[in-house]
Ligand binder design. Structure first.
Ligand code: FAD
Length: 418
């Protein structure tokens, strides 16, 4: 085996831990040091809505058992953020003044919330909801709050609204969204409308097609002015308008950065020996599109690939593919790939009982599928899309029984009988 390599990983989330496991496959003795900006044991932000709703408690959210770091022979420096990188000297500077030398570095620092540009931004506090520290602030504030304004109806905003309804049923929630529908990148207009109806039946109000443009204060509460001239009063304002890669500490490091850290299919950055994975990385999608794809399965997959390459194995990521699974008030929503047909693609739809399915086809190949109110397997759907499996002849079956049909089509294609 080649000489020992010192691995340093910035971050201790999903991408980071997947990388540790991949490094250990080939290099059992290399020293690995992980840095986390937070004092807590590593967790995934995906648990935050469930914690806020009170469905789970903090004792159950660790991403790995406490013994993980000992048995893997690696060191976790929790509450120790990296503050600067000198890529040429292969040295990382830490908060508090310490330095770490490395032979292989992985940047897996995740994302940070986008703060919307509002006039008079300091009139009232605008909260965010991406880390445990945010959750604790919100939980304390929500106890004595009746009106909540949520800015943004994407994944995080909708999960936040549902969690508040669940835990504080008396709260009056208004969700403000600049697009004309909720979950704009995950579902088509019709499916989104059904989700809006569901939330409205639980007392949640929507202001769609307009943005919050200014903050003010009236009688001790927040007064949000909207782009359509309307306004919303609230005791608590939470901005969920998206996330961006967390890479401020890399200023001047010389890595190629667009929106995120530019990586190739091996998760290699522009600097030798330095990889990036997860929300912070900007890499290829399954269809060749380049972008950041801030979801858990992509972080896990990219982390595994980064770790394998840090350990010297040449492995390529298959490219991210949009896939979403939501359960709002018990109604399941699943989507994979494209939500709308473009160019010569066609869209097929079918409703059965309370469920509705849609397929987007390019010729006889599946490029997208979404299902509302019926069980579906996003993994199997993604596989059919990636592998360009012809499905048109089975479209009706796929629409009426998506769970079984997608798995059966995968199995049939693997046997070579598609
Ligand atoms: C509320 C919420 C709900 C979500 N729900 C879903 C969902 O249902 N499904 C889904 O697929 N995705 C969901 N996501 C997205 C998903 O959580 C992320 O895509 C995924 O966690 C990214 O993993 P990561 O390893 O890149 O970053 P993270 O898991 O966020 O880890 C980042 C790590 O970097 C550390 N760090 C940051 N800066 C520094 C620094 N300077 N120095 C050292 N360490 C640093 C942090 O402390 C942390 O340990 C959700 C996100 C949020 C916020």
């Amino acid at each position: 085996m080649a000489a020992t390599l010192r691995h340093v990983i910035i971050g201790a989330g999903t991408a980071a831990l997947a990388a540790v496991e991949a490094i250990r496959v080939g290099r059992p003795a290399d020293p690995i040091t992980l840095l986390s900006a937070e004092p807590e044991a590593p967790y995934s932000p995906t648990v935050l809505p469930h914690l806020l709703a009170g469905r789970i408690d903090e004792s159950r959210i660790a991403l790995r058992p406490a013994a993980f770091f000992g048995t893997r022979g690696c060191r976790l420096l929790a509450g120790t953020p990296a503050v600067a990188l000198c890529a040429d000297r292969r040295v990382l500077r830490l908060a508090g003044g310490g330095e770490l030398e490395f032979d292989r570095l992985l940047v897996a620092s995740g994302s940070e919330p986008i703060v919307p540009a509002l006039d008079n931004p300091d009139a009232v506090p605008v909260h965010t909801f991406t880390r445990l520290a945010d959750l604790r602030v919100l939980r304390a504030a929500l106890g004595g709050t009746s009106r909540v304004a949520v800015l943004g109806a994407g994944l995080i905003g909708m999960e936040l609204a549902e969690a508040i309804v669940h835990r504080w049923p008396g709260a009056r929630i208004t969700v403000v969204e600049q697009e004309r529908q909720v979950l704009p990148r995950a579902f088509c207009r019709e499916d989104a409308r059904a989700v809006e109806d569901l939330f409205e039946s639980q007392g949640v109000g929507f202001r769609l097609g307009c943005r919050a443009v200014a903050l003010g204060r009236r009688d001790g509460a927040a007064l949000l002015t909207l782009s359509d001239g309307g306004c919303v009063e609230a005791d608590l304002v939470v901005a969920c308008v998206g996330v961006k890669p967390r890479l401020g500490f890399l200023a001047g490091a010389g890595l190629a950065v667009r929106r995120g850290i530019v990586v190739d299919r091996r998760m290699a950055t522009s600097a030798a020996g330095i990889h990036a994975a997860g929300d912070v990385a900007e890499g290829p999608g399954a269809d060749g599109t380049i972008g950041c794809h801030a979801v858990l399965p992509t972080a896990a997959g990219q982390g595994r690939v980064a770790g394998a390459n840090m350990a010297g194995r040449a492995v390529e990521h298959e490219g991210w593919l949009p896939a979403n699974v939501f359960s709002f008030f018990g109604r399941l929503l699943v989507s994979a790939g494209a939500t709308e047909a473009v160019g010569r693609q066609t869209r097929l739809g079918q409703a059965s009982g309370a469920g509705r399915g849609r397929l987007v086809l390019d010729g006889d190949r599946l490029v997208g599928a979404s299902f509302a109110g019926m069980p579906a397997d996003p993994g199997a759907l993604c596989w059919l899309i990636r592998e360009r499996v012809p499905v048109r002849a089975q479209a009706e079956l796929l629409l009426s029984r998506p769970l079984e049909a997608a798995r059966w089509l995968c199995a049939r294609a693997q046997r070579g009988t598609a």
